[in-house]
Structures are given as C-alpha cells and as structure tokens.
Design a protein around this ligand. Structure first.
Ligand code: 3SK
Length: 517
C-alpha cells in the first residue's frame, strides 16, 4: 500500500480521483441527484462562500444537517478551504449544541431547516462566537439575519484547495463518555484516507460500480466512512436518507435504488427482519452489508443471510479510530464474533496491569493503527488516558479464541451502547433524580431476548408515590424531554433500594448480574 502523501487535502484528493466521472451520480437523496462534476464544483464554491463569510483556515464551523446532498458539499467544502467542520448528531437537544458551540468556538453553523429551532435555542444559552447561521433547504422565507445556503452557494466564486498537510486538523466529531461533557475528537486529513485504504476498499470491498446506502448517518464516524469516505474514494454512488432509519424507510431505498452495499446496526437488522412487509431477495440487490455499533448476534446474521442471500460483515470501530479496525470478512466470517484485526491495525487484549492476556481470557482492548485521532480538544487528561503513544485504549472488553476470532465481552466502564450510540448511565440517572417522585436511580444496559442492548432504569420512589405504568411513562417522557431521545430507559424497575458500596457508590455491576438471571 502506498503511503499518504505529506502534502494532502482529502477533498482535493477526492476531486482528483473522480475528475473523469463528472457525469456519474455521486449522491442521490429524496430531492434529486448530485453528479461528481456538480459535487466538485459545489465543494470549490462552498470554500469560496466560507471566504466571503470571513471564515479563515483552521477556524471551526458546526455542521448540523440531515443526510441530504448538501452534507458532503459542506463537509468537503470546509476541508477544501482548510476550515474545520465539526459534524454533530442531529438528535441532540439544545443544551448539548450549546456546549458544542462554546467548546468548538465555531464561527458559523450550517443547519437543515428542521434543526434550526434547536440551534437558535442553543445560541440563546451558549456564550458563542457564531457569526453566521446558514440554512439548507428552508421551506419558506428565512427570518432576517439568516442565510440561505443554495442561493449563496450559486453566487460564490470557486476557489483552489488549501495546501493542507496530511497531519493537519481536518474535522472533529463528538464522542460521549460516562461522565462529563462530550469529547471533541480531532481527526486529520490523512485519517480519512487510511480508513478507505485499510477497511473501505480491502475489507468492505466497495468498488466503482457499487451503490452504497448507509442507514447510519453521516455525522457518525461509521456513517461518514460508509456514506462518504469509502464510496467517493472509488467513484461509487451513494444513496442518502434524511428520515429516521425505520425498516419501512430503509426497505423503500433498498427496493427503489437497489444499493449493492448496505450498512446498518444490529437493532436495525433486527427490526428489518421483524418487519411485516419484508421484501424478497429478488426485490433488492445487496451483495455485502456491514454492521457495527454493538455486537451482531449470530442468529440475526444467519437469518439475514437466509432472507437476502448476502452476508453482514460485523466489525467494531470507534470515533477515536475513525472507523472499523476489527472485522469479519467476506472470505473469513464467523457470525457471533467481531472477526479478526483489519490488516494495518494491531489489537491487544490486556489485563488491569497492562499485560497481554492469554487466549480465552477477557481483556481490555487496545488498538494501534494509522487512523487514530490526534487528541480530544482541550481535554488533556482524557487525551492522556486514551491515546497512549502508538496505542489507543478502546474501553471495550474482548476475548480472543484459539483461531484468532475476537468476541465482544462488554465495556470496561459503565457506558451503554444502544443501537450504536453511547448512553452514559450517570447522565440518565441525573435527569431521573430531578423528577419530584424519584429518590434514587441507577441505569444499566441489558440484552433483550434477541441479544440487543437496551437501557434499563432502577428507581427508588419517594414515599407517597407508587409504582405503576403511569409513573413509568411519565419518567420516560421526562428523560426524553431533556436528553436526546435514544437515551430514555426502555424499562423501569421500581425497587426499595439500590445496591451500594460501603461508601455509598451505586454498584451497577450487581444490577447487571441480576438482569442476567
Ligand atoms: O461503533 C462502532 O463500532 C464504530 C464503527 C465505525 C466507526 C465508528 C464507530 C463508533
């Protein structure tokens, strides 16, 4: 494999490799298509628009947009300009956006109209430096002070790419931890290239004649690779979906656009297989699928392959490593495991003292590979405890068998991964105990009948309140009202007391054990 050149701009790299495909469709969304030629032109114009708005190299912009054809234009246009896009989860409440605006000191926000209200609410809370709010696809006339993306883009001048270095900061994504605020994960231009060269092309096997559809959104590291880095690195076509990834919405795209590569998460695969109006193998054209976010139960993989005749390559990646570093492969697949290290990455399982553990023993997963993030922005402590020289601590526990297959064995911390997204139990508990009926709360993740993790809360009610369906629903709505909706507990158990250490620390591991029996 060639090395990434030292002088490297990932947006320019994509424009160069796709220069001969001007008429080929790069993206298709619910409103139309964007050819490779149009994409290249709009990226260069977007960089011109940033200059016109007075946004300079290395400054940050916030990208809070649904998966529409403008998303890659904004992301790559910023890279082209040497400006740093901070791509954020579109499901977050205003308080989280407010934190991200302050923390990233973003100079402008690029937002889809349905998210504008949340962004404006966040601007009312945050001490921000936002100078421009640019709205993609507004339905009607925008209020004074807001900029419409399309008209400004059309008028903007195309500018040449910034001469960035491979190791220069290209973009950020946010990742949540069990305590504290989300961490700004800082990635370089070269990191995008490494994920395509090491995983996208050789493992997932994305090719020029593919149509790629990722139900995981572009603001996730997983979705960014699937829906931008990999397909554009080989000149493939991408289907984008701005809706929530329900089975109906996903099947609609699978039948209409006939994607050949599909990327999802285990909960989605489970709901697709449980869907009443499931299409037949002849209605779809998938040749390979990917899964990440949480371990794919063996039975789900088997049933999906039986139904659609194609395999799901289950893998694990992280926002810190940018994409998948441990994966099954088409020619080496064992459902129920996460496969083997992706060539180019090394993984090690270590005990509490940092010593490698033998085969068959659970250990903490460490990864070494070229796509590791540069740091967590303005968070020296967490950077130091995660990025350890060449190695990155993942926070996951794994076991490796005699044949070299790795199997997921839980988290090293209390974090819960639900449908591929981290939920901090502490964050949910802190909301629950703000409810007047709640005395104490503990939150854990537990596998349901299909082996998929769901959030469960244990709640001690204040005297005078009694456990019933109504209070359960009220508490669920209370959490949904304050946190991103995926964080609410799917089940609430009302208990008389919580297990605690002598010093009063909640023992979530005891609740997890109880949940298993
Ligand atoms: O959750 C994962 O396994 C994952 C995969 C690819 C990129 C990022 C993440 C978090």
């Amino acid at each position: 494999m060639q090395a990434c050149p030292a002088e490297f701009n990932f947006a320019q790299h994509l424009a160069e490799i796709n220069a001969g495909r001007a008429d080929k469709t790069a993206y298709v969304d619910s409103q139309g298509t964007l050819s490779y030629g149009e994409l290249a032109q709009r990226v260069a114009k977007f960089a011109g628009l940033l200059q016109e708005l007075g946004i300079r190299r290395e400054e940050r912009i916030l990208l809070s947009m649904l998966d529409i054809n403008d998303w890659p234009v904004v992301f790559l246009g910023a890279l082209h300009a040497g400006v740093v896009p901070v791509a954020v989860n579109t499901l977050l409440p205003a308080a989280d956006y407010a934190y991200m605006m302050e923390h990233s000191r973003c100079q402008a926000v690029f937002v889809s109209e349905p998210l504008l209200g949340t962004v404006q609410e966040a601007m009312g809370i945050a001490r921000h430096e936002v100078r421009h709010v640019v709205v993609a696809r507004p339905e009607g006339k925008l209020a004074a002070g807001l900029i419409e993306l399309e008209s400004r883009l059309q008028q903007a001048a195309e500018v040449p790419p910034a001469a960035t270095k491979a190791d220069e900061i290209a973009f950020w994504l946010y990742s949540s931890g069990s305590t504290g605020q989300p961490k700004g994960v800082v990635h370089s231009h070269a990191n995008l290239w490494h994920t395509a060269e090491l995983y996208g092309k050789p493992v997932l096997g994305v090719r020029e004649d593919d149509i790629v559809f990722s139900a995981a959104k572009l603001f996730f590291a997983y979705g960014l690779g699937n829906g931008l880095t990999f397909p554009l690195s080989v000149g493939a076509t991408v289907v984008l979906m701005d809706e929530r990834p329900t089975p109906a919405a996903v099947y609609k795209r699978l039948v209409e656009h006939k994607p050949t590569v599909f990327c999802g998460v285990p909960t989605l695969y489970a709901s697709m297989l449980a869907f009443d109006a499931m299409p037949s193998k002849a209605d779809v054209a998938m040749r390979v699928c990917a899964s990440a976010g949480e371990a794919l139960p063996r039975d789900l993989g088997d049933r999906f392959t039986q139904q659609f005749g194609c395999r799901i390559l289950d893998g694990i990646g992280s926002t810190e490593m940018l994409h998948i570093f441990l994966s099954n492969r088409e020619d080496d697949l064992r459902y129920g495991t996460t496969g083997k290290p992706v060539p180019g990455y090394e993984v090690e399982l270590r005990d509490d003292e940092g010593r490698p553990v033998p085969c068959g023993t659970i250990g903490d997963l460490y990864i070494k590979g070229p796509s590791a993030a540069l740091m967590y922005w303005n968070n020296r402590d967490k950077t130091r405890s995660t990025f350890l020289g060449d190695w990155v601590k993942s926070g996951d526990k794994y076991v490796c068998d005699e044949e070299g297959y790795y199997t997921y064995s839980g988290r090293s911390d209390d974090m819960i991964k639900v449908s591929g997204q981290y939920v901090s139990p502490i964050e949910v508990e802190n909301i629950l105990i703000q409810h007047t009926a709640v005395l104490e709360a503990a939150v854990i993740g537990a596998a349901d009948g299909q082996g998929l993790v769901k959030t469960i809360a244990y709640v001690v009610l204040r005297s005078g309140n009694s456990a019933c369906d109504a209070i359960q629903q009220e508490l669920q709505a209370f959490v949904k009202g304050q946190l991103a909706p995926f964080k609410y507990p799917r089940t609430i158990h009302f208990v008389d007391e919580l297990p605690k250490t002598a010093t009063g620390k909640i023992q979530r591991f005891r609740l997890r054990e109880q949940e298993k029996h």
